[in-house]
Design a protein around this ligand. Structure first.
Ligand code: ZN
Ligand code: ZN
Length: 176
């Protein structure tokens, strides 16, 4: 039980580093296959969900217990996936929600600085921990000014890419 909880927590925490690595290093710092995919979100922040990742992520969740049994590796991966799910919710709320918790308000300022002021900085979405560790967090004084400069940015309206997809599927079903 303790091992299971530890593996789940390890998976959850590992997500935050994976998020930083994929978004920061593979999306922004280096030019990789992630860069053009992620650029879509910067051009249109309503494309907020990483929908293309859900199917492969779910496939791995099915394959892992088959290959290794439902042990530590599977529990670790469930933790990792939970981190991914939390990221999707938090990232959506950061862009769209007018009612945020205190932590979300901080994360929103951090993320909007990334979108609108310093695209090579503030690369973590669910935490600024890795930014501070890897030197991509603006210093405290500059961060305060930057956060203040994005404070008035209104939440997005209109549908997200998931909302648009659901609407498109609905109208396709009605047409058939
Ligand atoms: Zn970005
Ligand atoms: Zn964003």
């Amino acid at each position: 039980m303790i091992l299971g909880l530890a593996m789940f927590a390890a998976g959850l925490l590992s997500w935050t580093l994976l998020e930083y690595a994929v978004h920061g290093w593979m999306g922004h710092i280096y030019n990789t296959f992630v860069t053009p995919i992620h650029a879509v979100h910067h051009r249109d922040p309503r494309a907020v969900f990483a929908i293309g990742t859900w199917l492969p992520a779910a496939l791995v969740a099915v394959i892992l217990p088959v290959a290794f049994g439902f042990g530590s590796i599977a529990v670790f991966y469930i933790g990792l996936l939970s981190g991914f799910a939390a990221y999707e919710v938090i990232h959506y709320r950061i862009h769209f929600s007018a009612r945020l918790t205190g932590i979300e308000t901080q994360l929103r300022a951090h993320h909007l600085v990334h979108h609108l002021r310093r695209p090579k900085m503030c690369l973590g979405v669910t935490t600024s921990f890795w930014d501070r560790l890897f030197g991509t967090d603006p210093g405290r004084l500059e961060a305060a000014a930057l956060h203040a400069s994005v404070k008035g940015v209104p939440p997005l309206d209109g549908p997200s890419n998931l909302g648009s997809l659901i609407a498109a599927l609905g109208s396709a079903r009605r047409a058939s």
